[in-house]
Write a protein that binds this ligand. Structure first.
Ligand code: HEM
Length: 327
């Protein structure tokens, strides 16, 4: 379906492999999206394969199995904190808005990993200014994304952007700069590991992120890692509440695998097959990244799901539609 003058939205399952597979082809490129920081590259939007690869090689150290084990203390700290808080409310017979509490937890955790300090939402039992700002900015970024799709009008549309939007993005960037600056100043040898412990300790990698790139990477990681994870968990809880039989099967799996809470960790939860299936199915039904991931067809054109797509055509594969449309 044509969704813009030069964009086709495709939901055929075969299109996924044709466009996203990096094993058979690297023909489709990401399209650069505005990041709010002219001239500053960030992994999520870099079009150029080589530059993308360099950024990725720097960050990938923070996501290896060894690194994830190293960061486990921070993960457990925040998830245990959530459970303690929920117990307190439950014992008092009070209800909570679980979506918000999942947000508090994932923002505190990813903040801790990307900035080296938690946002303190769980402590406050509420959103803190940075987090509120990030959530708000997410909606507003839609304005910039849409403006960028209409390139002849982009400059005019950008002038029409509400002042509140620009101010919020500037505040967000200033807060991120402050936090990353403080974290980088502490260096690689933090006692409890976070993303920067691994990024800053690489000796063999001659490519280094600039200060601006580190800031933008950290603040993008916060948004990319927290809202997505909170939405996935919120979706899973919602569907499990609608399906008591599945809920009890999941409880059985967890309760028969562990005798105490202390036995629950990154490695041991990896063996819970039903839990894994519930999370995967929740992501299908309640897609945390519902919008299209845009890719551009190579100059010479390419086949997608049996159709020839001319070079330069943009293809957003929209998860929400892709995973829910029976074909
Ligand atoms: C359930 C949770 C998550 C979902 C659904 C999710 C979804 C996605 C999607 C759809 C992309 C691809 C974007 C594109 O190609 O245009 C992506 C990329 C990425 N995500 Fe996540 N994400 C989740 C959690 C996280 C977490 C916790 C982090 C780290 C804190 C993270 C970091 C990244 C990074 C660094 C990329 C860019 C990879 C690259 O370009 O090479 N994500 N994520």
């Amino acid at each position: 379906m044509r969704t813009e003058p030069n964009a086709l939205s495709i939901i055929s399952p075969g299109a996924w492999k044709d466009i996203h597979s990096t094993v058979t082809t690297k023909k489709f490129k990401k399209t650069s999206r505005p990041t709010g920081r002219d001239g500053v590259d960030v992994l999520f939007t870099i079009e150029d394969d080589e530059l993308h690869g360099r950024h990725r090689s720097v960050l990938s150290h923070a996501f290896s199995d060894r690194a994830l084990r190293g960061q486990e203390a921070r993960v457990l700290k925040h998830s245990n904190h959530l459970i303690e808080k929920l117990k307190t409310y439950s014992e008092a017979g009070a209800g909570v808005n679980l979506v918000e509490w999942l947000d508090f937890t994932t923002f505190d955790l990813v903040g801790d990993l990307a900035f080296g300090e938690s946002f303190g939402c769980l402590d406050n039992s509420g959103y803190t200014p940075y987090v509120e700002n990030t959530r708000g900015a997410f909606k507003e970024i839609a304005f910039f994304n849409i403006a960028a799709r209409f390139s002849p009008l982009e400059k005019i549309l950008m002038r029409m952007a509400p002042k509140r939007v620009i101010q919020r993005i500037n505040e967000h960037n200033a807060m991120a700069a402050d936090k990353v600056g403080r974290r980088i100043a502490k260096g690689a040898n933090e006692e409890r590991k976070d993303f920067w412990s691994y990024v800053l300790s690489q000796k063999e990698n001659s490519f280094k992120l600039s200060g601006d790139e580190m800031e933008l990477t950290a603040s993008t990681l916060i948004a990319a890692g927290s809202i997505t994870t909170a939405e996935t968990l919120a979706g899973a809880v919602y569907f499990l509440c609608l399906n008591p039989t599945l809920m009890s099967e999941l409880c059985n799996e967890i309760r028969s695998a562990f005798a105490t809470q202390n036995e629950i960790n990154i490695i041991s939860t990896g063996n819970l097959r039903f839990l894994h299936a519930c999370l995967m199915e929740s992501m299908r039904l309640y897609t945390p990244v519902p919008f299209g991931l845009h890719r551009i067809a190579p100059k010479e054109g390419a086949m997608v799901a049996g159709h020839f797509i001319p070079g330069g055509v943009r293809i957003p594969l929209t998860h929400q539609t892709l995973t829910k449309t029976p074909i």
